[in-house]
Structures are given as C-alpha cells and as structure tokens.
Design a protein around this ligand. Structure first.
Ligand code: NAD
Length: 448
C-alpha cells in the first residue's frame, strides 16, 4: 500500500519504517529540513534500539522516502498518517495546532479520495475537528472529493519502539467507515497474523483508549510512589512490598516500580490533557489530579534527601560550590529523550542552590547539551567513572543497565564523601551499609 506520514519523530519514524519493512511504500514528510536532509544521509535523529539498520535498509531498497514537500506527500499516499506532536497548551490541554495544520495541508493538496489517520495522541473530539478542517478547505475549493478520518492511536514504548511496532499488543482502529476499516486491516495485516490484534471501535472510544492506557500506567507509578512515601514513614521497605503485591496476578509485577517520578513526552502531558478534558465537561477527575500531584512531589524527592543530608535547613548555602555526579539524564533507559525527565528537575534545583553537576548518560548527552547549552555549572562527562571525579556525592536518576553493578570501591575512592542518592532503587541498602556508603533510596526506611 502507499502511505504518507507527517511528523517524523519518535512515533512517525519508527512506525513508518516498520510499515516499510513489511513491504508498504512509505513517504515521510516533516517540516524540519535538517531532520529530513540528515535522514536522507542515514543520520537518524533519535536513539531507538534497532532503528538505524532498519531505516538504512528500507531507504536503500526504496520503500522509505523522506521529504519536506507536503504536496508530494499528499499525492503519494492513499493513507495519510498524522503523527505530529500534541504538546500541552498553557492550561494543560493538548495543543492541536500541528495536527490541524497537517489536516489543512492534506485538504489543500488532495486530488483523490484519502483516508486520514490520526496517530498522534489527541483528545476525544479531535477527529471531528480534523474532519471539519478538511471539509472547510474542500468547500472553499468547491471540491467534492471524499475522505474519512480514522483514529489509530500509537502504543509504542520509547526504548522498545521497533519491537512494539513489529509485534504490537493491539491495533486500535476507530472508524465509522467500512472502506476506511478495510484499508486499515490491509495495512496492518502483516502484524495481525498469529492472533487477532485489531480492535475496531467508534472514533471517540479509540481516542479515549489511548488516554485511558497512559493514565492507568501513570496511576500505577504514582500509586507505588505513594506507597513508598508511606513505607519510609512507617519503617517498611517498599521493595519487599513491591514483591509482595506483584505476586498477585491481579496486580502483576509490571510497572510497579517506585522512583523519582515519571517523565517523558507522554504520561505528564496525557494525564494533564485528560484532566482538562474532564474539567471542560464539568467532571472533576480526582484520581488523575492526585496522580499528577504525587508525581510532581516525587520529582523533588531526591533534592529533599540532598537538602536533609547537607542540612540546608540550617545552612541555606550548604550546596554552594559542591559538585554532584549525576548518572542518567534521559527520562528512562534506552532512549535519548529528555522531555519532562526527573533529572532536569533535580539538576535545576542543584544549580539554583549553587551546586555544580558532572553528568553522564549513555545516550542523552547530545540532547542535554542541546537543552542546557554550555552552562558553566554543567560538565558532560564521557564515562560514568569520570563523572565521579572529585564529586561530593553520586545521584542516580535513570536505571540504565550499566549502572546496576558499578565498582563501589572506586565510587568511594573518587567521591569526597561516600554518599549515593538513588532515585531508582538499584542497590541493596544492606550492601551499601556493609561498604560504608551512605545510601538514600526511595521508600526504604529514611523518612523525609
Ligand atoms: P516528536 O516531537 O518526536 O515528532 C514530531 C515531529 O512532527 C517533529 O519532527 C516535527 O518537526 C514534525 N512536525 C510538526 N509539524 C509538522 C507538519 N505540519 N508537517 C510535518 N511534520 C511536522 O513527537 P512524537 O514523540 O513522535 O509524538 C508524536 C505524537 O505521538 C504525539 O501526539 C505523542 O503524544 C504521540 N505518542 C508518542 C509516543 C512516544 O513515546 N513518543 C508514544 C505514543 C504516542
């Protein structure tokens, strides 16, 4: 089939590439010229395991093309996928300007019938807005071309996106058009072979399914962080509690890790957007508001430990001139994505208190440089060991695999004081105490 994607970011690039790899012809359109020119040269704009060879192969074999020419894109695909960003507006609701701009572009250039597919995460009712936008442009041209709008939300996880697109848990298709459904079934047939993964429903339910999924996952995390905060106040260990509850198959072990808060481009904005959607229809979403509030507090947790350790209450200048080694900058492992990352909240608090940061991340160094430029109080280090040099403490923000079994003797040797603030509970408190390392982690005994 011939398919066009608008928005070649984490979602658009991965999904377009996987569809091309299955044999479809996919045209990728983005307004970012640098991004498109780099892609043509084989320079991939994001880090995603397994993506680079797949892009190279499908580009070389001619199934994947990259362009900034939207008119070419509109003419190319029978299916037109909108995969642009939907960032939070000032009040937290989803900003639909990029989605509606693409709808307008499609309508402006279309000369044959199209199936327009919303892959971006968009609030309930957005498909209606896309329809209205397209129809008004067609009306202005006195065109009687037909089109339909489908909701096909994306569920990939950054860090495992290629695999998630190749082997999706489910493919949600929201449509009221039998023709559009048939197009979508044919497109996804290669991914629907072993068992039925396609779930067809009405458009609004499909739009809400995406928010419900992300809000459920964010709720699991905030719930565990709330349990961790209770655990540390009553002298319990949240890691024992986690094992204890996860063994119940109704609860399960997935996504119940306490930590220094969730980040990324999806959970924070999608929780906020659903809260706003509910507010706008006169319903107060009490659970989701609490999920957000708990997460906000959790992102400040490591700094609270640091304040306590260095006794900021007595001496507000205690962090002036201190240096902190920070391991892990991306919002989770296996990605370079820094959007809403807990590391950013932490570093900004450290800088505000007059401290310096020596940071290391296996993949997010370029992105950190892009965001923070060349601040004099941030040094980006080439290895996790060099980040420790002459630092006063180690802070862990992301649970990269390579941080799980470090050389603790070396850590002690390099730090001026043997203290670790761990936002991901990577180590055992008993082992740390046997090595005479002061160890602060989440929900394991130390109350703030
Ligand atoms: P992104 O920021 O990585 O990429 C968006 C791209 O759209 C950018 O390259 C931008 O230049 C491009 N763009 C903007 N306006 C355009 C236009 N008019 N025409 C063509 N291109 C245009 O975004 P993302 O992380 O891929 O997210 C895209 C959508 O998918 C969002 O709604 C997001 O919520 C949703 N989503 C994201 C994830 C994820 O893990 N990142 C997962 C599921 C769903």
């Amino acid at each position: 089939m011939k398919v066009t994607f608008y928005g070649i970011g984490y979602v658009g690039l991965v999904q377009a590439t996987v569809l091309a790899d299955a044999g479809h012809d996919v045209c990728c359109v983005d307004i970012d010229e640098t991004r498109i020119n780099n892609l043509k040269k084989g320079i991939i704009p994001i880090y995603e395991p397994g993506l680079t060879p797949l892009v190279e192969k499908n580009f070389a074999e001619g199934r994947l093309t990259f362009t900034t020419d939207a008119q070419f894109g509109v003419e190319f695909g029978d299916l037109q996928f909108i995969a642009v960003g939907t960032p939070p507006d000032e009040d937290g609701s989803a900003d639909l300007q990029y989605v509606l701009k693409v709808a307008e572009t499609i309508a402006t250039h279309m000369t044959t019938a199209k199936v327009i597919v919303d892959k971006s995460t968009v609030p309930v009712g957005t498909a209606d807005k896309v329809m209205a936008t397209v129809q008004s442009v067609l009306d202005a041209k006195s065109s009687d071309l037909t089109f339909s709008v489908v909701s096909n939300p994306e569920f990939l996880k950054e860090g495992a996106a290629v695999n998630d697109c190749k082997r999706p848990d489910r493919i949600i298709i929201g449509t009221d058009s039998a023709v559009a459904e048939e197009f979508m079934r044919e497109l996804y047939a290669p991914f629907n072979r072993n068992h039925e993964k396609i779930i067809v429903m009405d458009i609004k339910s499909a739009e809400l399914t995406k928010y419900a999924a992300n809000c459920m996952l964010a709720t699991k995390i905030s719930f565990m962080n709330e349990m961790a905060n209770i655990a540390e106040r009553v002298g319990a260990d949240i890691e024992h509690v986690r094992h204890g509850i996860g063994s119940d198959p109704r609860i399960g072990y997935q996504f119940i890790y306490p930590g220094c808060g969730y980040g990324g481009s999806c959970f924070p904005k999608d929780v906020q957007a659903l809260v706003r959607t509910a507010d706008n229809i006169g319903y107060e979403s009490k659970i989701l508001k609490a999920v957000e509030a708990v997460n906000y507090a959790q992102k400040h947790k490591l700094f609270a430990y640091i304040s306590k350790h260095f006794d900021l209450a007595t001496n507000p200048n205690a962090l002036q001139g201190k240096t902190f080694a920070v391991w892990g900058l991306s919002f989770k492992p296996n990605t370079d994505d820094m959007r809403e990352a807990p590391s950013r909240v932490l570093m900004e608090q450290l800088w505000a208190a007059g401290a310096k940061v020596q940071a290391y991340d296996p993949e997010a160094m370029e992105e950190t440089q892009r965001i923070y430029g060349s601040r004099s109080d941030l040094s980006l280090m080439g290895t996790k060991e060099s980040a420790l040099n002459n630092a006063d403490a180690l802070i862990i923000c992301t649970e990269w695999q390579s941080f799980r079994a470090p050389d603790f003797a070396r850590i002690k040797e390099q730090l001026s004081e043997a203290v670790i603030f761990d936002g991901r509970n990577l180590y055992e408190p008993e082992r740390m105490s046997s090595k005479a390392i002061q160890y602060y982690s989440i929900g394991r005994g130390l109350s703030i």
